[in-house]
Design a protein around this ligand. Structure first.
Ligand code: URA
Length: 279
């Protein structure tokens, strides 16, 4: 049921207002999403609006707060230089925040590491924590089905048809509570390195929390949808489309059509930016 969906980030601590990296608290994000959306429908923005990304700004990446990764430290390799095996090992042994005490296992990421599409969610839920893979619950199946409809899958060998999926947090927050800013700060170097290694041509940012974290804003999903954002990673600008979290869609089926529109915008963006020199 909706109430018992362990993956639903909209249900993470429903009493607790969302906290973004900026520390600002939208008054009623869910209602605001709808209100903003209705307004947005009336004043559709131009198709492409570049917004400044605060991804780099939001990353606390200096030695003082870099993840305490024993393997990386032993090897003397900073997170932003790690290859896939080192990065995966660093995440698996990470004790940089308190979530290491409650997790069953870390949830690194899944899919084709050469994928042109990269999807970013919030944090593992109970099922992901148990299985060590992102988006394996009901919400993940919905997302997989929607991706399949446009010819994409985690298992595809062809990078053009493949996706790589990762979360902002690699460990499950207890009781699916909202991630804390300090947890995000500790974990973000891992995500940033994943994005740098995958070198996706497009990012699909799912849900309010991931969008607010990655874009460094407390704006609603509704106001962030419908435009092409830009996220800088390793000096490279990657177009990013904000869309609803699939767990939200499970509870608000009427918004599925809007999620389709987001996928179409992503497809259009890919088509427009098909210059291979961009990669
Ligand atoms: N929700 C997320 O944001 N990520 C997961 O991996 C599962 C549910």
């Amino acid at each position: 049921t909706e109430e018992s969906d362990p993956q639903d980030p909209e249900q993470r601590h429903p009493q607790v207002q969302h906290r973004s990296l900026t520390g600002r608290h939208p008054e009623d994000p869910e209602q605001a999403d709808h209100d903003d959306h209705e307004q947005e429908e009336r004043q559709r923005p131009p198709a492409v609006v570049r917004s400044a990304s605060a991804f780099d700004d939001a990353l606390v990446h200096d030695a003082a707060v870099a993840p305490d990764t024993a393997t990386a430290a032993e090897a003397g390799v900073p997170v932003d230089r790690m290859a896939w095996p080192q990065l995966q090992a660093a995440v698996a042994s990470c004790t940089a925040c308190g979530l290491c005490g409650s997790r069953r296992q870390t949830v690194f990421g899944a899919g084709n590491q050469a994928a042109e599409w990269m999807l970013i969610g919030e944090a593992p839920g109970a099922e992901e924590d148990a299985r060590g893979e992102p988006f394996v619950g009901q919400a993940g199946r919905l997302r997989d089905n929607m991706l399949a409809a446009i010819g994409l899958s985690r298992g595809a060998d062809d990078p053009a048809q493949a996706v790589y999926i990762a979360n902002v947090l690699k460990c499950r927050p207890p009781g699916n509570r909202n991630p804390e800013p300090a947890e995000v700060a500790r974990c973000e170097p891992y995500l940033k390195r994943q994005v740098a290694l995958v070198r996706p041509r497009i990012l699909l940012v799912m849900g309010r929390f991931a969008a607010q974290s990655l874009l460094g804003t407390d704006a609603s999903i509704a106001s962030l949808r419908g435009r092409v954002h830009s996220i800088e990673v390793d000096g490279r600008s990657i177009p990013a489309i904000v869309t609803y979290h699939p767990a939200y869609l499970l509870r608000n089926l009427a918004d599925k059509s809007k999620s389709w529109a987001d996928l179409c915008l992503a497809l259009d963006t890919m088509a427009v930016r098909s210059d291979p020199n961009q990669r």
